[in-house]
Design a protein around this ligand. Sequence first.
Ligand code: NAP
Length: 239
Amino acid sequence: MNLHGKIVVITGASSGLGSQFPQSLIEQGARVYGLARRKKKLDELEKNLGHSFVEIECDISLEKKVEAAFKHILDIEGRIDVLVNNAGIGKFGPADEVSVADWDLQMNVNLRGVFLCTRAVLPAMKAQNEETGFGGHIVNISSVAGLLGNPNISTYNVTKFGMKGYSNALFKEVRQDGIKVSCCFPDSIQTEFFDVAGIPISANPMTPDQISSTLIHVLETPDNYLITEVVMRPLRPKG
Ligand code: NAP
């Protein structure tokens, strides 16, 4: 896809990967709608990136908020070419100490949010395929925790394995509608994620701009060429 003039929606745009992706996409000529809860952070990004970035305050775990956000974007733009399901939360700890609130939080953001945003965009992408022969591209940001279980991250593992399953099923379901589905599995990245997760980050993580360059590559592939899964690792995580 040539990203010039394309409409992209990114969830979790207020920090980390989600605040880096818009810059890279705008450099390629896209217009980016960024969803997140922290308005102040979105305001800052809008100020830095200019009119090609549009902020939308939205908690992606809330059905009505998600429906309203996507309706708003479709009313203005008439189309959505790319959805990046990036928002995600990890709350780590021993399985017998995970609170119901932390279990629900991770399920609601990492799985329910992905489901709600994907469901909101699919009818538009199917209609775009009818019109132009190409529907769009959905990119899901899972994690290496979606490929391998590890001690103290069992709930997060459930959600990220779930994203892998959802992405794989969706890829098979909508490929004939001209809609690409890709799932990314990054290892440690230097973001705010570990402040929330409650564990220290590895000594030598990847950076958001490195992940962003791969996202651009995945999106810019020719229409009949789909990268379904990408695993990203630092070569020397211990430095
Ligand atoms: P981050 O800096 O903590 O960013 C997480 C983003 O998710 C924030 O913008 C946050 O925005 C948003 N978010 C959380 N709950 C939300 C909700 N209910 N509604 C809307 N947005 C919500 O972490 P990150 O590293 O960039 O994480 C991005 C993705 O990469 C996540 O899916 C994460 O699981 C995945 N990942 C990260 C790493 C890593 O090492 N950092 C590795 C593998 C995969 P608000 O708080 O403003 O809502």
